[in-house]
Ligand binder design. Structure first.
Ligand code: ADP
Length: 278
């Protein structure tokens, strides 16, 4: 911890004003390390598809110049790489927008049930491609929170899309929306639980899943078109909503991701969210 003092003359007051400042250097250093890591990771993630694009451009200008079939195939691959970069940039922008609003509490009264229905419908095509069934179960009545509609849609979408992507072909994904009574000093919550029947996640990975760019299997994530930012976005949105993400998994038996957000009308004063840790 660094302790310092600054002196300033106060025209209207006799004697100097003394301002003490306390700074936790370890936490400042930790944040700086995280920032540097983040920039390095983001640059690396962008460089990889960019290098591939440049390689194909050179091939198209050189050896494959007159090969119509190769040109078609390479252009297809280039399109996929360009889309990957677009997704990554979109996710980076989403994260920074959410961080900018981190301390502005959301104000819309939002019923989570229709949002879950919207995501279950919109993921239908992806699910059908993989033979996955999406089931939505909602407890009767509206499940209201004070929130940001688009951000809550994003939470449900990221969790449900992961369940479809990683839950294994031919499986079942269940989205459950319900309420939880007050417990452990917490107000009543609205819970959005997304369950899959995939391979699950080994316990050592669970605490790190919401870190930016953390992936259990990077190759499989990239193959699925993942950016490694989905759960970091979920976590930041839930922080802004004074909510939390609870992940449970038994390897071999699937995973459950629970987003818990204070129910509308029951929320307390914003808790100190501290500095983002991922
Ligand atoms: P990605 O873009 O890689 O999907 P996420 O932040 O959404 O990034 O997820 C981080 C990692 O967590 C994924 O790469 C994957 O390894 C793991 N993961 C997320 N959801 C699931 C799930 N339902 N089952 C198994 N692993 C999952």
């Amino acid at each position: 911890v660094q302790i310092g003092a600054m002196q300033g003359g106060g025209a209207a007051r006799a004697g100097p004003n003394v301002v003490l400042f306390l700074r936790d250097l370890t936490s400042a250093q930790r944040l700086e390390t995280m920032r540097v890591d983040f920039v390095a990771n983001a640059s690396h993630e962008l460089r990889t598809p960019l290098a591939s694009l440049l390689g194909f451009i050179e091939t198209l200008q050189g050896p494959a110049r007159d090969d119509a079939r190769a040109r078609e195939r390479f252009l297809g691959i280039m399109r996929v790489q360009a889309l990957r970069m677009t997704r990554l940039i979109d996710d980076l922008l989403s994260l920074s927008r959410i961080e900018l609003r981190a301390h502005v509490p959301p104000t819309q009264v939002v019923d989570v049930v229709p949002l879950a229905r919207q995501i279950a419908d919109s993921l239908g095509v992806l699910a059908r491609e993989r033979g996955v069934t999406i089931a939505l179960e909602a407890e009767p009545g509206p499940q209201r929170i004070l929130g940001d509609r688009d951000e809550i849609l994003r939470v449900i979408e990221n969790l449900a899309e992961n369940a479809v992507k990683y839950g294994g072909d031919g499986g079942r994904v269940e989205i459950h929306v319900g309420s939880r009574p007050a417990e452990d000093g917490r107000p009543p919550q609205v819970e959005i639980a997304v369950r899959d029947e995939g391979p699950g996640i080994a316990p050592e990975h669970l605490p790190r899943l919401t870190e930016r760019f953390y992936r259990v299997d990077a190759a499989s994530s990239r193959q699925q078109g993942g950016t490694g930012l989905g759960l970091a976005i979920v976590k930041h949105i839930l922080n802004r909503h004074r909510g939390r993400l609870v992940i449970e998994s038994t390897p071999g038996e699937g995973a459950v991701f629970r987003a818990l957000i204070p129910a509308h009308g029951e929320a307390k004063e914003p808790a100190d969210q501290g500095q983002a840790t991922s």
